[in-house]
Design a protein around this ligand. Sequence first.
Ligand SMILES: [Mg+2]
Length: 310
Amino acid sequence: MSKRKVSPYQLVVTDIDNTVFDWVNYYVASFNALLDTVAGVIGSTREVLAAEAKDVFTTHGSIEYPFLIQELKSVNEFYGSNIDAMLNEAVFKGREAFMKEASRVLKPYQDVHRTLSEIKRHYPDLPIIALTDAPRYVAMWKLNKLGLLEFFHAVYGLPDPRVPTCEVNRRVKVDPEILLKHLQQSNFGFKGRIRILPDDYEKPGVRGLKTVLMDYELDEPVEHRKSVLWIGDNLRKDIGLGNRLGVRSAWAEYGTRLDQGILASLALFSPTQNVHKNVYIKADDPAAPKPSVVFAAFADVLKELGIEGK
Ligand SMILES: [Mg+2]
């Protein structure tokens, strides 16, 4: 009988956005579809609504705030306290346009599905963890749509979004069915561990990854951390914090090859600080943290794990 391979790592932790899928393409395309549709419904323009969206995202601290439409200034002025009309028209149609575009563009990078399947096949007991700065609900929604959720042993994200209410009559501005999903903190049938980290555990702080290490009893003694492989696209955030903790840091360099036109489109609705949170803009920065290894594709993790190509 052939001897079962032993993984050189005890834990694999991966970022999600621009590491397992192209977040920028997905979000810009889906969000522009939403803006154009809502603009059509209330007689506004993409540019006006994009500028208003910046304010909402700043207030909520996340560019993926899922109740954006009902918080837009122009939408509120158009509907006043007629929440039913707002939900049935602008919110319904805008969400529908977002979802339709998302189903077209929200896809994992090539080989991610196969790579995760191969890891599971060779090392069924090796836990794969998702660690993200996206709100936990949004992260799981994306992993579910990407068809990747089943591969993860745990998902670590930031707190779930706040539900918006009408300033005049305090009515909740969310369709009851969607609200119920959020209140039940829908977990998409996920059987793994779900951890919601405090907002101030956001990267590049080390506390998020440190929590993962502690949960898997790999934080102390510090030599144990070398048995953790951490993958992320953002040199400044992901690789920097990995280096500070002493884990092996793999830079998903492929996630930084971004289309300039799409980045310009992102800048129209994203607060500047969020552009830098969500996207690593490559620059010749000699002070940038140095990764332990550079991945040209997600599948390079198979080499790192001794599964193929070494
Ligand atoms: Mg990322």
